[in-house]
Design a binder for this molecule. Structure first.
Ligand code: NAD
Ligand code: UDP
Length: 310
């Protein structure tokens, strides 16, 4: 198949491109390189089945493709808050452009949604049936509400126009090819530890996240896309739940750093806890995560060590 990946030069998009090329597909990688980088796809540039298109997903595009994976959107709070209006446009207009293309060429279309649609959840762990507790006017809203609106658009195109959709709600995922400047917690802690800088915990570090390794996440996304029964939304994430203090201590232990932990102000609307309920993915996709946090952190630390050395 010929497959379009928007956001294909990002952390997850570039791993997805690798996976789909391994499966012998042709890839068109569309990215405006806001948070992604050519470095993530440099190894694919000479592959005759890979094509890079520098394009903004908010501008319309016409392509002949069989499938679309829509991943274009900054994912780190630092980057999505940098230009909040652009972030919401990316989610909403990007979804409209992908859905319009899918409708025209009869392609299956995938949306990279997020656990942020649950907001600061009152239900724990979060099942797909939970509608969420999201502040519509806060500093995270450009991302959370943009992704919620994208889900709405996906379902309306599905109901109204019969577009063949798939939606995954991604819980915090980490791994090699995150940018050292990304600003999310795993890359921040590792880069700080490797540079011997202070490790910045926001708040008292008691807030939790469930951290999934990228290879598990990609497998779940491809499984959803390659089956015909379920459109989603499906939670994909690792239910192992850790406080940010526990994460910092693990990173200190695994890197052997002399870095100290320092505490900084907790950002507004920072969710207190997050854990995916993954029974739907288990039963319908036969999927569950395989990589433990320690294994994933070791590989990610190796990646950043060689990145920083170079
Ligand atoms: P990332 O920032 O590395 O990747 C996003 C990519 O989208 C980048 O390459 C960026 O340049 C590109 N992009 C941004 N705006 C664009 C635009 N207007 N037009 C074209 N390209 C644009 O982040 P990631 O972690 O790889 O996230 C990929 C997708 O998965 C995002 O949609 C994100 O919301 C979603 N997601 C990720 C996580 C996670 O923990 N990694 C969690 C939930 C959802
Ligand atoms: N966090 C932190 N230190 C950092 C970066 C993040 O303590 O340097 C915290 C942040 O406040 C949040 C959690 O780690 O509670 C996860 O943050 P991230 O930005 O990775 O993603 P989120 O799940 O909040 O979107």
């Amino acid at each position: 198949m010929r497959i379009l990946i928007t956001g294909g030069a990002g952390f997850l998009g570039s791993h997805l491109a690798d996976r789909l090329l391994e499966d012998r597909h042709e890839i068109i990688c569309m990215d405006n390189l806001f948070t992604g980088s050519k470095r993530n796809i440099a190894h694919l540039m000479q592959n005759p089945r890979f094509e890079f298109l520098r394009h903004d997903v908010t501008d319309p595009f016409k392509l002949e493709v069989d499938q679309i994976y829509n991943l274009a959107c900054p994912a780190s709070p630092v980057h999505y808050q940098y230009n909040a209006i652009k972030t919401i446009k990316t989610s909403v207009m990007g979804a409209i452009n992908c859905l319009g293309l899918a409708k025209r060429v009869n392609a299956r279309v995938f949306q990279a949604s997020t656990s942020e649609v649950y907001g600061d959840s009152e239900v724990h762990p979060q099942p797909e049936s939970y509608w969420g507790s999201v502040n519509p006017i806060g500093i995270r809203s450009c991302y959370d509400e943009g992704k919620r609106c994208a889900e709405t658009l996906f379902f309306d195109y599905h109901r109204q126009n019969g577009v063949d959709i798939r939606i995954v709600r991604i819980f915090n995922t980490y791994g090699p090819r995150m940018s050292p400047q990304d600003g999310r917690v795993v890359s921040n802690f590792i880069v700080q530890a490797l540079r011997g800088e202070d490790i910045t915990i926001f708040g008292d570090g008691s807030q939790t996240r469930s951290l999934c390794y990228y290879s598990d996440l990609i497998e779940g996304c491809v499984r959803l896309m390659e089956q015909d029964k379920l459109v989603g939304p499906v939670n994909i994430g690792n239910p192992g739940e850790f406080t940010m203090l526990e994460l910092a201590e693990k990173v200190i232990h695994l890197t052997g750093t002399q870095s100290r932990i320092v505490y900084e102000a907790l950002p507004e609307d920072d969710p207190k806890q997050r854990q995916p309920y993954i029974d739907l993915a288990k039963t319908e996709l036969g999927w569950e995560p395989r990589v433990s946090l320690d294994e994933g952190l070791v590989e990610t630390i190796d990646y950043f060590r060689s990145y920083l050395d170079s």
